[in-house]
Design a protein around this ligand. Structure first.
Ligand SMILES: Nc1ncnc2c1ncn2[C@@H]1O[C@H](COP(=O)(O)OP(=O)(O)OP(=O)(O)O)[C@@H](O)[C@H]1O
Ligand SMILES: [Mg+2]
Length: 439
């Protein structure tokens, strides 16, 4: 850093500093080198080779923004046992099944023996003549396999089990994982080969986990799901070639993994009559509107400090909504146990579900029921006001598609679809007032 000093910072004397020459190495001339390929007018650059190719698993293609781009490195991160290997085996199979189009697939596993992977593939029906399998944990051997098979797609399960003897550190350590990923990225770019990498994350977001790799790869996908539910969500976290906020839905079944193109109905209990303590809302996952049901139970507590138990919802938001309900809505909950949950393992952390939580708890406390064909949208503020949420039109359109006919929505919601019976509720009081009217 070059900066003028009038006074010596050491001895505080003025005018004693002398200017000396700045090294000029940065200014030396660089001779022209040989271009790897000549620059061309942009309109003449070939785009066919860079276009996304469908993997054959539509829910994955949706998250990728169309498919796999040649040379793209995709990191699939997830907790142990969530189904990463099952998903990628399915992808490898679908791709191989179109061998004529994009070449065979190579699945390299460092986690299991080739025999174990074959057993899984037999169980899930993912065996194909153009699928090649290798059990390997050395990166240079892996590249050797790529040279031999010349695949159109490479799966590496997992990046933590691969290592390079040329690099220090234990396999799975930060240095190794970085080196392995860098080698695979170079391989992918050099051969325009799409590479799918499995990365493990632990509950505490392990050190050598995918976090340190996120900037090295082109696409980062998170595979998530509840241990007790078979539903899995594939979330785009980063995507250089497409949208990063898409969500794919899968279900783990005995025979492998299947895409769920229309997950909305999974989180609802379809009924003909309303039940006290339930309210239906529309959450947004990525760009997908998803209907979800909030259930609440309020019962007199035998304890000095009543219980508050929450599942699938944000517990801090539920606590806030309960306080607002008590103070602004006149629902007494002080000596009651309150339980609030979603249905089917769905997670709704969004504030847009506040009003549904409030109405589920209020109807549970008063033992009245909302109409079964009503959806509720709105964030609840501390003053009891019902605030705007985003994408009201898309949410209501999805609700209509699933047969809902009535909606409570916040003021200033913009455009709403025709054909719904809509009531705008500016605050919690008016939402509660509407309960009688709507029945
Ligand atoms: N024979 C089987 N029948 C039914 N389900 C099975 C069978 N074997 C495994 N599974 C289920 O498949 C799920 C996904 O397993 P998978 O190996 O794909 O997960 P993973 O994310 O690759 O795990 P890991 O991080 O340990 O490699 C597991 O939760 C398991 O319960
Ligand atoms: Mg696995």
């Amino acid at each position: 850093m070059a900066k003028w000093f009038g006074r010596c910072p050491e001895c505080q004397a003025w005018g004693t500093l002398e200017e000396v020459g700045v090294p000029r190495a940065a200014l030396t001339r660089v001779a022209a080198g040989l271009p790897s390929s000549p620059a061309r007018p942009i309109a003449e650059v070939d785009i066919e080779a860079a276009k996304a190719r469908r993997t054959g698993v539509p829910e994955l293609d949706r998250v990728l923004g169309g498919g796999l781009v040649p040379g793209a490195v995709v990191l699939l991160a997830g907790e142990p046992g969530v189904g990463k290997s099952t998903l990628l085996l399915e992808v490898a199979y679908r791709w191989a099944a179109r061998d004529g189009e994009y070449g065979p697939t190579l699945y390299v596993t460092g986690e299991e023996s080739a025999g174990q992977v074959r057993l899984r593939a037999e169980r899930t029906g993912n065996v194909h003549g153009s699928m090649f399998l290798a059990a390997e944990s050395d990166v240079s051997a892996l590249i050797g396999h790529v040279d031999a098979v010349k695949p159109g797609m490479l799966v590496v399960d997992s990046v933590q089990t691969m290592s390079s003897p040329a690099v220090d550190g234990a396999p799975g350590g930060v240095t190794q994982v970085r080196a392995v990923t860098a080698a695979l990225v170079a391989l992918a770019k050099e051969r325009a080969l799409p590479v799918l990498l499995v990365g493990h994350v632990t509950k505490d977001g392990s050190i050598a986990g995918p976090r340190v790799l996120e900037h090295l790869v082109d696409v980062v996908l998170h595979f998530e799901g509840d241990r007790h539910s078979s539903l899995r969500m594939l979330r785009g976290v980063k995507n250089r070639f497409g949208p990063a906020d898409e969500v794919g839905c899968f279900e783990l079944v005995e025979s492998g993994i299947v895409g769920v193109p229309d997950p909305s109905g999974l989180f609802l209990n379809k009924r003909d009559v309303g039940v006290p303590g339930t309210a239906v809302t529309v959450a947004v996952e990525g760009k997908r509107p998803l209907l979800g049901e909030v259930q609440a139970l309020v019962s007199k507590s035998p304890l000095g400090t009543p219980r508050r138990a929450v599942s699938g919802l944000d517990s801090a938001r539920v606590a806030m909504v309960l306080a607002v309900l008590e103070r602004r809505g006149g629902v007494r909950l002080g000596d009651a146990d309150v339980f609030a949950a979603t249905v089917g393992g769905m997670k709704i952390p969004e504030p847009a579900a506040d009003l549904a939580i409030a109405l589920a708890v209020a109807t549970a406390a008063r033992d009245v029921a909302l109409p079964p064909d009503l959806v509720v949208l709105g964030e609840v503020g501390l003053a009891g006001e019902v605030r705007r949420v985003s994408g009201v039109k898309a949410r209501l359109t999805e609700a209509m598609r699933l047969g809902f006919t009535k909606a409570l929505i916040p003021p200033d919601s913009g455009d709403v679809p025709d054909g719904l019976q809509i009531r705008v509720v500016p605050d919690l009081g008016s939402a509660m007032g509407n309960l009688q009217v709507l029945r």
